[in-house]
Design a protein around this ligand. Structure first.
Ligand code: SF4
Length: 121
């Protein structure tokens, strides 16, 4: 049996989780205060994923960069590829929720803007 100690990132309480594994299979999650922690512990040991936030350069905008994020979780192992693929430039104007990059790093997930950028006057 293998035991992994994790800190739950589900909320600021940061519960200390202990995940018992038999091979790749999760046998038990303990230390969680709520159901969300058990789900996080299991997922983190079997299929870890993250929302990625970053920024992208903007051309012709009232600001030079726009904050962006993945529309949903992507596999943790794809984070580096995702950030690397965000080296491009987008053109203003940009609205919140606009897709800035489609299918980032072949994850099937789009990158969207999280702030409005106006066209420079
Ligand atoms: S187990 Fe629940 S209460 Fe504890 S950190 Fe995770 S989400 Fe928060």
């Amino acid at each position: 049996m293998n035991i992994r100690d994790l800190v739950c990132i589900g909320c600021p309480m940061g519960c200390q989780l202990q995940v018992k594994l038999e091979g790749d299979k999760v046998i038990e999650v303990s230390g969680n205060t709520c159901k969300k922690g058990a789900e996080y512990g299991e997922k983190e040991c079997t299929n870890p994923t993250r929302i990625v936030t970053s920024s992208v350069y903007v051309k012709d905008g009232n600001v030079d960069v726009v904050p962006v994020k993945t529309e949903s979780d992507i596999p943790k192992g794809k984070i580096f590829d995702c950030v690397k693929a965000l080296k491009g430039v987008v053109k203003a104007p940009i609205n919140i929720g606009d897709v800035v990059v489609t299918n980032i790093a072949d994850t099937g997930v789009n990158i969207i803007a999280t702030k409005k950028v106006y066209k420079a006057s």
